[in-house]
Ligand binder design. Structure first.
Ligand code: XMP
Length: 512
């Protein structure tokens, strides 16, 4: 396995994903990790990530000496390359010439990192983002590629198996980057590449059995990807010892609650408690218009109802959660100088703190796309594993202001038409999230010979890789007018449809 030491780059997680795609297990730890912890991890190789700091500033982060003392191969990327050079006797300087974006690399030497991908004399496209650059190499290193802004764009000391690149092989804008990382993990580090979801499934099932023994596990099921995959995996491990609790808050999309029951109870034979708490939630939310109060109310009720159902069951010592790897990575942040913050590990409503149960988190080493792949090996239907993200508070935050059972129903029907048309056009998988928002606005319209005075709805569809930033999906007009025509004709109560063309930032994905 490979250890990635993080210097705070925004794309460190991409390094991990590329390494895992090459069939090699890896973890991301902060650059400041204790040497002993690094040694006991027994990495086959170490990757030093990029980062926002400057090696030329005093007090900027350095790789732990253990990274070089272990004698395993090291690959430094961008800041990682610079600090490796600075620490091993080379020199780094600031530069007036900032390279940002696409750049060309001239390959001047063959090396292990390039084997079978790039060869001497070639000109290759890469993605750069740096101000500082290496100006003199540590003893033992030679330059193997140059770019306009970086005379040492790629360097190697093949005897000690140390490599550095100024560009970012982990991003898709470096077309052969994934192969270079594969060369590093397979050829240079000698990893076999046996990390597959099938292998993970077997290993994790054994681990769950060992942890749980004869104990009983309860799992909150929402119908989303993570809790679904966690539930099916745990069920495969311990069968009847697992009970799932599905708290139905009545804020799901059309048909979703029935689908959860049909899939997990009927198809997978999982013991499932379906608690229809929609009246309770609707009551508590009556007249509430502030988005934060909506969220808090829903979160509180969710825990209460879940807790109540869990008590009725009695005797379960374990609580299963679909926590993913991005939630548990100890992140490095650089607000006002290097500082290490640990992300909170909370999931839906912070269940565990209150319940004094041991956690079973079988997905805590996986990225979202790995969870989907695992779900497919477990036979979970595509409409669940490939599903768009859906917020915990559900449709409550898709009707700005106050709402009622009737307005939820109107929204559900408009949303279902939009999603049905998106699926029919084959666009579902190209979109990160798509949904309708019911606006608290009435406008005048004309239908047949009559005047209407009904609500407007907004359609929202975005592409994104992590939900942190998003671009609007560029539908063609014919598609949008077809959806608009259907909604206005088929959904009583809506007489006007708009398409939200705001990116994130400055907009958020949801309207509340
Ligand atoms: P925003 O609206 O902040 O959304 O751009 C980013 C992503 O987070 C989802 N989201 C939520 N998920 N509880 C959730 O579980 C929430 O309160 C919540 N608010 C937003 C949103 O759907 C998008 O995927």
């Amino acid at each position: 396995r490979i250890l990635i030491l993080d210097f705070g780059s925004q794309v460190t997680q991409l390094i991990a994903r590329r390494v895992r795609e090459s069939g090699v297990y890896c973890e991301i730890w902060p650059f400041s990790t204790e040497p002993d912890r690094i040694r006991t991890f027994h990495p086959r190789g170490i990757i030093l990530s990029g980062g926002p700091a400057s090696v030329t500033e005093t007090g900027s982060p350095r790789a732990p000496e253990a990274a070089f003392a272990l004698g395993v191969p090291v690959l430094g990327i961008c800041y990682g390359q610079q600090t490796m050079c600075a620490q091993l006797g080379g020199e780094v300087a600031g530069s007036d010439h900032r390279e940002f974006g696409r750049a060309h690399l001239d390959i001047t030497e063959d090396c292990g990192l390039f084997r079978g991908v790039w060869s001497r004399g070639g000109r290759e496209q890469v993605w750069m983002s740096h101000g500082d650059r290496v100006v003199s190499l540590p003893p033992g290193f030679r330059a193997v590629a140059v770019s306009e802004g970086a005379p040492f764009a790629a360097i190697a000391d093949e005897r000690r198996r140390l490599y550095g690149v100024q560009f970012h092989p982990e991003v898709v804008h470096t077309p052969h980057g994934a192969q270079l990382l594969r060369n590093f993990t397979h050829d240079v580090c000698g990893c076999a590449g046996g990390w597959t979801m099938q292998g993970f499934r077997e290993m994790e099932i054994a681990r769950i059995r060992a942890q749980v023994g004869e104990g009983r596990v309860i799992c909150g099921l929402s119908g989303g990807v993570d809790s679904s995959v966690a539930a099916v995996l745990i069920h495969e491990a311990i069968g009847e010892q697992l009970t799932c609790i599905f708290v139905d808050h009545g804020l799901l999309r059309a048909g979703e609650a029935d689908e959860v029951v049909a899939t997990f109870r009927d198809r997978f034979n999982i013991k499932l408690i379906h608690r229809d708490a929609s009246a309770l939630f609707l009551d508590a939310l009556e007249g509430v218009s502030d988005p934060e109060i909506k969220r808090k109310t829903i979160g509180r009720l969710f825990i209460e109802v879940f807790d109540e159902e869990a008590r009725k069951l009695g005797g379960a010592e374990f609580l299963a959660q679909g926590t993913l790897y991005p939630d548990v990575i100890e992140s490095v942040s650089f607000t006002g100088g290097p500082s290490v913050t640990i992300k909170s590990h909370h999931n839906v409503g912070g269940l565990p703190d209150k319940m004094h149960m041991q956690l079973v988190e079988p997905l805590r080493e996986l990225f979202k796309d790995e969870v989907r792949a695992l779900g497919r090996t477990l036979g979970i239907p595509e409409h669940i594993v490939g599903r768009h993200p859906f917020p915990g508070p559900g449709l409550a935050i898709r009707i700005p202001g106050t709402f009622t059972a009737a307005s939820l129903d109107i929204l559900r029907r408009a949303d279902a038409i939009f999603l049905e048309e998106i699926r029919a056009a084959g666009l579902y998988d190209a979109i990160w999230q798509a949904f309708a928002v019911l606006l608290p606005v009435r406008s005048v319209g004309v239908m047949g010979d009559g005047r209407t005075y009904d609500q407007a709805c907004a359609l929202r569809a975005v592409t994104s890789t992590d939900g942190m930033t998003a671009d609007i999906y560029p539908f063609d007009m014919a598609f949008l007018s077809r959806v608009s025509g259907r909604i206005v004709n088929e959904v009583r109560g809506i007489n006007r449809v708009t398409y939200d063309i705001t990116g994130k930032p400055p907009g958020t994905i949801e309207w509340e």
